[in-house]
Design a protein around this ligand. Structure first.
Ligand SMILES: C[S@@+](CC[C@H](N)C(=O)[O-])C[C@H]1O[C@@H](n2cnc3c(N)ncnc32)[C@H](O)[C@@H]1O
Length: 219
């Protein structure tokens, strides 16, 4: 199987957009395990790391309130990437006319190409679905191509001691050292960890999930 076949298969199979589209269509945010409020850790770290004129992309953003919160805080160059059309459209609808202040890409994150390399790539609960070296390599290639030379990445994955599945799909858990080591494993990448923490997310159903957060800068 070639690398191209591998990602295409995943796009069409149970890991693909159909799975996610259905999850969002069938459930509102009071049910989806990954839902969180707008005063999130990601929001605080992004505001602390980059200015309001920075280019920020939220990868696999779904119906997250992160971009609306950044928009309200004055960020002007925001991009939403997700292959679940229903999630993207419902977030756009909820924003009304403000939605035109965000760029929307509906499709596979591996296919997204920034017009200008971004200052900050944010991903909460998406990278951890890359469960083998081919998928991880493809993801890191996208990061490498789309993040500015001195840009940042903020990754939030399930922790090594966290759940083994997310939305019914297998995930790869990390701690700080394995996450930064994986990031650096892409040929020619040099990332410096600036901040990291283990964070407990409580799902709407009241279950605790351990996440590993990492903010790193490309040097
Ligand atoms: C667990 S949800 C997290 C959503 C959001 N990041 C948050 O924290 O609320 C995973 C999201 O990643 C999206 N996703 C997964 N793989 C993707 C891919 N290859 N391309 C684009 N979106 C993807 C799904 O559609 C879904 O919205």
């Amino acid at each position: 199987m070639t690398e191209e076949d591998h990602t295409s298969l995943d796009r069409q199979g149970t890991h693909g957009e159909n799975h996610w589209d259905k999850r969002y269509r069938d459930n509102d945010d009071t049910v989806l395990s990954w839902s969180e409020g707008s005063e999130s850790l990601s929001f605080k770290w992004i505001v602390g790391a980059v200015s309001k004129t920075s280019l920020v992309v939220d990868i696999g953003a779904g119906r997250s309130l992160l971009l609306p919160a950044l928009l309200s805080a004055g960020y002007k160059h925001l991009t939403h990437v997700d292959w679940a059309k229903s999630a993207s459209l419902s977030l756009q609808n909820s924003l009304g006319s403000r939605s035109s202040n965000i760029d929307w890409f509906i499709g596979d994150l591996m296919r997204w190409q920034a017009k200008t390399p971004v200052d900050l790539w944010h991903d909460r609960a998406v990278f951890h679905f890359q469960t083998d070296h081919i998928l991880i390599g493809n993801y890191l290639k996208s990061v490498h191509q789309n993040v500015d030379k001195n840009g940042y990445i903020l990754l939030a994955t399930f922790h090594l001691d966290g759940p083994e599945t997310c939305s019914g799909l297998p995930v790869m858990g990390y701690d700080e050292s394995s996450l930064i080591a994986t990031l650096k494993s892409f040929d020619g990448s040099n990332w410096v960890a600036l901040n990291s923490t283990v964070w407990t997310h409580t799902t709407p159903a009241g279950r605790d999930q351990k996440f590993q957060y990492l903010l790193a800068q490309r040097r």
